[in-house]
Structures are given as structure tokens and as C-alpha cells.
Design a binder for this molecule. Structure first.
Ligand code: FMN
Length: 307
């Protein structure tokens, strides 16, 4: 996750046997990306020596939007590091699929519509990450039940559910629906290893689903934001410009001048509907253990709901 996932979070995730992903854009330079990738690889080897078992792979996330000037350089770094799998997001995976597949790398593409899913399949990806309504960050709009079944009608490859995975019960439900893997974003922002500020983590603990606002005001794209962070920045969540029209310099600085104690604009934070499942700030290992227990409880015969 942008400005959230760094080496500490990724390494802890892989050691806990879940795939740890990070956008390569979190590194300020390609040299820093090379260092992160080397550090993650070294930790994989160290963890394997210590435990006798290989941890889960780490997974760079390439932002393939044409506005990303570093895509070619970041792709080259990922190929140099021989990453086992890559997620592409915010655009067509087409330009990166061939070099990644030739290097033996599994490619999962983030898609928000059936048409995007068809195009990603035609481009030769190995898996589809279905971005569904309520997901954190730049979100999807499709209902997850209908979306998975629509995609399963033409695709036998890997399907990942993104959005709504607030605990192990939700993961079990995604599996029943036909998914192979599940993304969890927001819950991992509220872990000790994430790069998020403590105030962001505390706000996640104190927020619930109704505090998530879907708006285009800050990024120009449908994004799920935390209302309390908008209020703290001196803005009114009910009266934001409709479509990407916020001029950060003008509107937000003006709001800050009107309310000097307000936080800076960069403290406007995102979360998915899964914020309803954030009750504390555990370590990644604890969160994974807890989620695994919830999943096992959901899979137990006769289990309808376990609280
Ligand atoms: C703060 C934040 C940053 C994110 N950054 C990225 C990103 O850089 N690349 C990406 O593909 N998805 C990004 N996402 C979306 C996640 O990959 C995922 O789809 C989403 O978090 C799933 O919903 P959940 O947060 O409710 O679990 C981000 C989400 C959040 C909340």
C-alpha cells in the first residue's frame, strides 16, 4: 500500500506465511528499490535457515499507469531481483506481462470491471485481483458476489478478492465464492510494522464502516477516505468538490489557515470498509494467527457465525 508498506511489513508478512506486497513507488529512487528487494531476499534466506521452511514470497506492485515515469526502471529492478510474483495496478498489464513471464514471474493484474478482466486475460496474466466495492484506497464499485461469479464464468486461473476481507470469516466466504486468495489492506495498516503514522493507526481503531467516505475529491478517482481525517484537516466531508477539483495548495491550505490547529493535507487518510474489523494495533504475526483462527472457525462444520 502506498506510503504504508515497507520492508518491515513485507518481511513480517512473508515470515508469517502470507504474501507481502508493496508498491515500488514507495521507494524514492530505483537504487532504493534495489536495496529494498535485496533486503527482502536476504530475509527470505535468513528465515529459511532459521526455521527450515521457506517463507511466503514477497510481491512488488508495479503501478502501470502511463503517468508513472519510473515504470521501465522499476520493472528492470524487479526482473534483476528475480521476483516470483508481481501485482500490476492502475492500468493495463499488457506492457509488462511479456518480460515478467519470460523471467518466470507470476503476474496478477488488479481489475475493477469485467471488461478490464477480459483484457488482462487477453494480455496473458496468471491471475486477476478483483477490486470490489468498499476496498481501501482507489476502490472498485462492483458487488463482490456478482463480480467473482461473472469472472469465473470465463476464467479458470487465479482469482484474488480485494475489498471486504475484514477477518477470517470473510476469507472463507471468498473461498466459497470461487476465489483462491484474498487481499487484506486496511487491517495491515493498523499493525506495528506498517509505515503509517501512529495517529492514522489510532484513527483506524476508533473508526467504523460508516466513517468511510467514497469521494473523488482528493485523487480524481473514486477513493475511500476516513471522514475523521477530513474533518481534522479543516474540511467538511459533506461539502467536498465533486470531482478531483480540490486544489491542494489553494483549498486545503485555505482550510488550514481558517483552522490553524488542523493537520496538514497529507494527514487525510484512506481505509476500506474493513476498518470495521480493526480493534487494535497488533504485530503482523498476531494478526495473521488471529485471522487463521477465524478462518478455521468459519470452516468448521455447522459453523454459521462465530463471534
Ligand atoms: C492507504 C492505502 C494505500 C493503498 N495503496 C495501494 C497501492 O499502492 N497499490 C495498489 O495496488 N493498491 C493499493 N491499495 C489498495 C489495496 O491494494 C487493496 O485493494 C485494498 O486495501 C483492499 O481493501 P481493504 O483495505 O478494505 O482490505 C491501497 C489501499 C489503502 C487503504
Amino acid at each position: 500500500m502506498f506510503l504504508v508498506s515497507g520492508p518491515a511489513l513485507v518481511k513480517a508478512a512473508c515470515r508469517a506465511r502470507i504474501i507481502g506486497s508493496f508498491p515500488t513507488a514507495n521507494c524514492r529512487t530505483v537504487e532504493e528499490l534495489d536495496r529494498w528487494l535485496a533486503e527482502m531476499q536476504e530475509d527470505q534466506n535468513r528465515a529459511a535457515d532459521e526455521t527450515g521452511a521457506m517463507p511466503a514470497p514477497f510481491c512488488p506492485n508495479l503501478i502501470v499507469h502511463r503517468s508513472n515515469p519510473r515504470l521501465a526502471d522499476d520493472l528492470a529492478a524487479v526482473l534483476r531481483a528475480r521476483a516470483e510474483l508481481v501485482i500490476t495496478s492502475v492500468g493495463s498489464p499488457e506492457p509488462v506481462v511479456k518480460p515478467l513471464k519470460e523471467a518466470g514471474c507470476l503476474v496478477l493484474a488488479d481489475v475493477a470491471s469485467v471488461r478490464h478482466a477480459e483484457r488482462a486475460v487477453a494480455a496473458g496474466v496468471d491471475g486477476l485481483v478483483l477490486l470490489t466495492a468498499g476496498a481501501g484506497g482507489q476502490t472498485g464499485w462492483a458487488n463482490p458476489f456478482a463480480f467473482v461469479r461473472a469472472v469465473r464464468a470465463f476464467w479458470k486461473g487465479i482469482v484474488v478478492m480485494a475489498g471486504g476481507m475484514s477477518d477470517g470469516h470473510a476469507i472463507a466466504a471468498a473461498e466459497t465464492l470461487g476465489c483462491d486468495l484474498a487481499y487484506m489492506g486496511t487491517k495491515f495498516i493498523a499493525t506495528t510494522e506498517s509505515l503509517a503514522k501512529d495517529a492514522y493507526k489510532t484513527m483506524l481503531v476508533n473508526s467504523r464502516l460508516d466513517d468511510v467516505l467514497l469521494t473523488r475529491a482528493f485523487t480524481g478517482l473514486e477513493t475511500n477516505m476516513l471522514r475523521p481525517s477530513i474533518v481534522a484537516a479543516g474540511l467538511d466531508p459533506e461539502h467536498l468538490p465533486v470531482r478531483g477539483a480540490i486544489d491542494i495548495a489553494k483549498d486545503i491550505n485555505a482550510a488550514e489557515r481558517a483552522k490553524p490547529e488542523a493537520k496538514r493535507w497529507r494527514d487525510i487518510w484512506s481505509a476500506g470498509h474493513t476498518v470495521s474489523g480493526v480493534a487494535d494495533v497488533p504485530s503482523v504475526a498476531t494478526l495473521v494467527e488471529r485471522t487463521a483462527r477465524e478462518y478455521e472457525a468459519a470452516k468448521r462444520p455447522g459453523s454459521v457465525q462465530v463471534i
